[in-house]
Design a protein around this ligand. Structure first.
Ligand SMILES: [Zn+2]
Length: 461
């Protein structure tokens, strides 16, 4: 925390445009400004006027280092003609980060979990690996070719602070799904390779079981490994050895609890919400959150509507029946059906399914889209349950994330405003927006340094 609070004293030139934009009322989040200040559960300060509250939030937002730990990328936005130096059609890019005062972003090397027959054979692994390498290279093109004067890749917690202090945006890399690590022949050595390419967290599974770990989706479809696979366990110790954070946002609860027993370093949930408030298998229940606290890890509460507000029970029953009728895999997301072919369904069957989905939506409407208030309700719950040291913030932009008031990176200030409205102090907001995550990153780096030093000592004997 020492370094973060030092940074909070710095004036950040890029953020002055946020203040200007807000003053002009150009950001949609000003809707929040019309609401009355609310009671203040976190401090004994006397109530402020709305104008004072906004001014205070602006100052805090300018001072703290803001890190969003999960932003997906579309490979098509990493070309010479179209890239993040422009305000391309993505929820995160450099103009939007500047407008919203978002200082740092984990960009994601994402691989969907294949369920093709060759998924766990050489050909399937090769497809996954080639796609992952393309994404690593795309992120590097952004920081070295398209916008090297505006954004730089951080390879350590100290890098994050050094780059931010220069007034540049910070890029970090997270890997969503360890599937491209491949089989016993490649997985362990590719951990080092991914580290060298800049990966600073990896999750061992996404939606659907991988060769390394069960996914949360097993709650509906059954388990493959009952937690981690033997290879997944080896990958975890290799991640500890190189200093890569282990991300448990998509793996199953059992996988997460086994990871906690094995890992020598704190772990993260890079984009999850609270299961007690929204009962979906992607979220963390109280037992998981308390285990994360004991491990000194952090849960990055995610601005993803479906994880903050869930469907009514009747809607879920109707969806389950439809899934069974059309024999849809549990891993298939409802949103995907309207946009792409569905495995094992003809075009005609898919058309029928969409008609039935429309009828289902009419009979059992989906919940209203979540808001920044819902996001901060989840943050409040987590802070009350496991303490301010173990909670952070993420959006999952360009991967399904986005809520009313925080639709893209340009609206990032609205999250800070709601935190100030609830009475969080500047120090607490600095922790939530990145201080806690950097603490975990440093711990992971130190554990890796110790493991490597011990190995050298042993080898020298
Ligand atoms: Zn995800």
């Amino acid at each position: 925390m020492k370094n973060v609070s030092n940074l909070s004293n710095l004036r950040h030139p890029l953020k002055t445009c946020v203040v200007a934009l807000l003053a002009c009322g150009m950001l949609s989040g000003l809707a929040y400004a019309s609401e009355a200040a609310q009671p203040n559960p976190h401090s004994a300060a006397k109530p402020m006027s709305e104008a004072q509250l906004i001014a205070k939030a602006k100052a805090i937002h300018k001072h703290v280092l803001t890190i969003d730990t999960h932003n997906d990328i579309d490979i098509n936005n990493f070309a010479f003609s179209r890239n993040y130096s422009q305000d391309v059609d993505s929820q995160v890019n450099l103009p939007k980060m500047i407008a919203g005062g978002l200082d740092a972003s984990f960009f994601i090397v994402y691989t969907g979990q294949s369920s093709e027959p060759d998924a766990f054979e050489a050909a399937g692994y090769k497809k996954a690996y080639d796609s992952a390498i393309n994404m690593f290279e795309a992120i590097h093109r952004m920081t070295t070719v398209f916008a090297p004067n505006q954004i730089e890749l951080a390879r350590s917690a100290a890098d994050v602070e050094r780059i931010h202090a220069k007034g540049k945006k910070v890029a970090l890399i997270g890997v969503e799904n360890g599937y491209p690590l491949g089989d016993e022949k490649t997985a362990v050595k590719r951990v080092k390779q991914f580290y060298e390419r800049g990966a600073r967290y990896i999750s061992l599974a996404h939606q659907g079981h991988s060769q390394l770990s069960d996914s949360n989706t097993g709650e509906q479809s059954g388990w493959k490994w009952n937690g981690l696979s033997p290879l997944g366990k080896q990958v975890i110790s290799e991640m500890n050895r190189f200093g890569i954070m282990i991300d448990v946002s998509h793996p199953s609860k059992e996988s997460m609890l086994q990871t906690l027993k094995l890992s020598k370093a704190p772990i993260i949930a890079s984009h999850s919400a609270v299961r007690s408030l929204a009962d979906v298998s992607r979220n963390m229940d109280d037992e998981q959150m308390l285990a994360l606290k004991a491990n000194n890890g952090v849960i990055q509460i995610v601005g993803f509507s479906a994880y903050l507000k869930t469907d009514a029970p009747e809607r879920r029953i109707a969806q389950k029946a439809l899934r069974e009728e059309f024999k849809l895999p549990d891993t298939l997301w409802w949103q995907a059906i309207r946009h792409a072919n569905v495995p094992n369904l003809s075009d005609g069957q898919r058309e029928q399914l969409i008609i039935r989905l429309d009828a289902l939506d009419a009979a059992f409407p989906p919940p209203k889209r979540a808001t920044v208030k819902d996001l901060v309700d989840h943050i409040d719950y987590a802070v009350n349950k496991i303490g301010i040291d173990h909670v952070g913030i993420s959006s999952d932009f360009d991967g399904g994330g986005g809520i009313d008031g925080w639709n893209d990176a340009s609206e990032t200030f609205n999250v800070t405003l709601e935190l100030v409205r609830r009475g969080y102090t500047e120090k607490q907001i600095a922790q939530l927006w990145g201080g806690n995550l950097l603490r975990v990153m440093r711990d992971v780096e130190q554990v890796a340094a110790k493991i490597q030093a011990d190995e050298k000592k042993t080898a020298a004997k």
